[in-house]
Design a protein around this ligand. Sequence first.
Ligand code: DDH
Length: 286
Amino acid sequence: PSDQQATGDSWRKVDFNKVYKDIAGLLEDEDYDDGSYGPVFVRLAWHASGTFDTKTKTGGSNGATIRFHPEANHGANAGLDVARKRLEPLKKKYPNISYGDLYTLAGVVAVQELGGPTVRWRPGRSDDKSDQDCTPDGRLPDAAQGADHVRDIFYRMGFNDQEIAALVGAHALGRCHSSRSGFEGPWNASPTTFTNYFYTELLEDKWVPKKWNGPFQYVDKQSGQFMMLPADIAFKTDSQFRKHVEKYAADQDAFFADFSKAFAKLLELGVKFPADAPVYEFKTLE
Ligand code: DDH
């Protein structure tokens, strides 16, 4: 599936409003997870981009190296083949779109169509032809660790504490799969709607260690239905992160505005866009 590359100016031939609609058409599937591929599309866009390193200027969504072994098989990327396979027919339909543009646009479509903010997005990423620029393992966060590790990882990408706290609000969406990360469960009761519930659940529920044979994680004491990763709990225990968490829990509009900016920045890390690349603000479908 990864044999075709779109490079150079080929994106100019693509009608991205059509691609947006076609991606939106791939979101719903009652037989998959909670009924939507949206959450795993958001995770694909994030993992394709979050490998960026400000010092060496390597990684990021340009090149779409996440398609290639060994990066595709890094532990953090387990399960993302599901999202790539779901999007592959659109690469066939629009051969001039690069994988890097397709994967990042899928994240934007999912955020918007699941009820989140509009996210500014630009085309112009080029596909690598081989695995030579795959990033080393370990550039994405390890969920078993705490605030220091989370800062190391996201400062390397060029984010500050406020932006990190805004980005992790994406954990309103989707769930953990024991078959992928080892962790299990959704963060809240509406995993296919983009909300500020990551923050409200984090602050309002009592989180206790889950009793099971799997990796150490938290479960809400009251219902036992929802989960938090050790790295999620760091946003409550670390006072600098918590400041932002409290704001986003109290003010969904502030969260949406800050998430939109930080997510757009994430998807563009390390990408050199042509000077005349248009900036899209897609209209959410009805
Ligand atoms: Fe995440 N995330 N993430 N995450 N993430 C997982 C699922 C999802 C961490 C670990 C995990 C972000 C930050 C962090 C989404 C979006 C984002 C899973 C479970 C783990 C583990 C995977 C599985 O088993 O299927 C850690 C650690 C961090 C951190 O340290 C901050 C960010 C920044 C985003 C983002 O999009 C901006 C989404 C969406 C999911 C749900 C995927 C799904 O299939 O459902």
